[in-house]
Write a protein that binds this ligand. Sequence first.
Ligand code: GLY
Length: 362
Amino acid sequence: MVGGGIIGLAIAWRAAGRGLAVTVCERGGLPSYLAAAHVAAGMLAPVAEADAQERALLAFGLDSAARWGTFAAELEADSGLDVGFRDCGTLVVARDRDEAEHVDREIRLREQLGVPVARLLPSAARRLEPALAPAIRAAFHAPGDHAVDPRAVCEALLVACERRGVTLRAGCEVRSVGPAGATLATGEHLPAGRVVIAAGAWAARIGGLPCLRVRPVKGQLLRLAARAGEGPLLDHVVRWDGGYLVPRQDGRIVLGATMEDRGYDTTVTALGVYELLRDAGELVPGVLELDLEAAIAGLRPATPDNAPLLGAWEGVVLACGHHRNGVLLTPVTADRIVSLLVGEAHGINPAFAPDRFASVHV
Ligand code: GLY
């Protein structure tokens, strides 16, 4: 396994559960501080994030969302750790007339896609979530969307992998791969029956592979915490055009996220922090009273059509390019890739075939 982020560890855990001998190579630490999941907010929100152009992705996201409850329960049982799975629903809100029109279009789109949501008057949205500003203009509620704490999931996956005998190698950079195994940056060769690439935004830098159309898309986020003695500010995930607030069980809140094409740069900028706080503060003013614990940036692994690369190609197995949906798509990705590895019918949608961009010249 190349990559010790949430996708790589989940596949390793499930594969070891099916009796496969697995080694995970992660260039950073374990859990990986380089992985997108280290920064991710952890929304499991296929309905709130549905896009008319991405129907295969919506179906895949709904499939994965339905698996998350069992996945979380099994992982907690295997690791003994809480993964912060929350049955909280998402509120999508608008603060002006343009955004209210956008919310109307989004409600109609979900009706057409067969995933209807509940339109709410602003007063009803504020009854559900009293921290919302009185000035919000429109809202809808997606009650089936959930959330999880991605760092807690990765910690639990590490423990669960160890308990199932997975070999975990941190600081282990893979230079190139092929059907017979992986060669490390140190020159060491690791023989393997199958190599799985779950290296996120770094997948395109691994030698021996065809040109992978995966690029990093930077996201800046803030980690906020309630003052001592104060209760949680939010019960629901709150989203708007351009951002979101995701509450954790302990009262902390993650505020995200920018979308920036800046290569492998992960610096946090004053503009990024300003825009996040400005927008969140207009919708949920209490956010500005919270303690700022950290400002961080991560790299989403994006593909040209925003869908992942899943399946066998040129002698290796790809499980990367999950862009904004890596945490949501973890259970279904792990199940389908493990089915492929053990030779069962895997049912991976051809829309996610890793070679689908091979004839597209850039
Ligand atoms: N899925 C949320 C994000 O990528 O910002």
